[in-house]
Structure formats: structure tokens, C-alpha cells
Design a protein. Sequence first.
Length: 173
Amino acid sequence: MNASDKTDTLALTYGALLARLWLGARALQTGIEKYAGTTEIERLTLVDGKPNEYGLMETVTVKAYSSENYKGIPDALEATFSDQPMIPGFMLPIYNAVLGPALIILGVTILLGIASRTSLFVLGLLYISLTWGLILLGTAGQSGVAWLGTHMLIIIAALALHRHNRFCILKKF
């Protein structure tokens, strides 16, 4: 093996790692965002970046994460999807409940390299299901379809680079 072969192997290893890290982080954060909401808090009004001396209060809206905020499918889309004959009515509540946790679990398994090939494959299937829903939205979902297509290409690249995936916990699957 010459020096350029070692360099190419290192580059492919780095490529596999970067693809896996990007896909894992993307899935994990997307799943976490399903639990995001806003809450209002009272705080002292800031003057020049410091709390004022007069006790003036203001209400500030801040982002907060909790299970009470969970929404796998946004309300606006849920109503649209419930009217779609291509989506069985009983499946929508199941999909709504499973989507966030599935993204979080897949994100963690991909980041850690736990059964990377299987995790990447399942993430690809999940993205295909999301694509199905966006296609049903018509022109409103076309940019999302293009983004998911890009994600699918990254998944395919990560799977193609799996032989060079050195940093993982369970490589066999």
C-alpha cells in the first residue's frame, strides 16, 4: 500500500464520519424540535444590557422544550393530511406520536454508530414517508421534497462509505 492509498483511505474515513455526524445531528435536532414551544416569563426590563433600578418588568417570550409541547405533525399540516384519501385516517395519530421519538432515536444511533447501516436505512425510509406527505401537499411541499431528496443523497453516500466507517459501536449491522 503506497502513501496515496493511505491518504485516500483516511479521506474516505473522514467522509464517512462527516456524513454520519451530519445526518445524526440533523435527525436528533429535528426530533428534539418536535418538543419545542414558547412560554412567557416576567423579568426586569434591561437598560443598556443591565436590569433597571426601578423594578420595571417586561414579559418576554422564550423557547422551551417539554413533552407538553410535543407535536409530531404541525397542526396546520395535520388538518390538511386528515383530508387526504392517500393517508389512512388511523395512521395519522400513530405517525404523529412516533415521528419525534423515532428521529431522536435514529439521530443518537447514527451519531454513536450503533448499527449504522440499519439506522441509516431506517432514516431513509422515514424520509421517504415524509416525502410522501409533502408530495400530497402539492406545490406547497415541493421545496421540502427537494430538501429531503438531498438528505437521501447524503444517506446513500454514508451507506456507500460504510466500509470506511471506523468510529462506531456496532459495525456489523
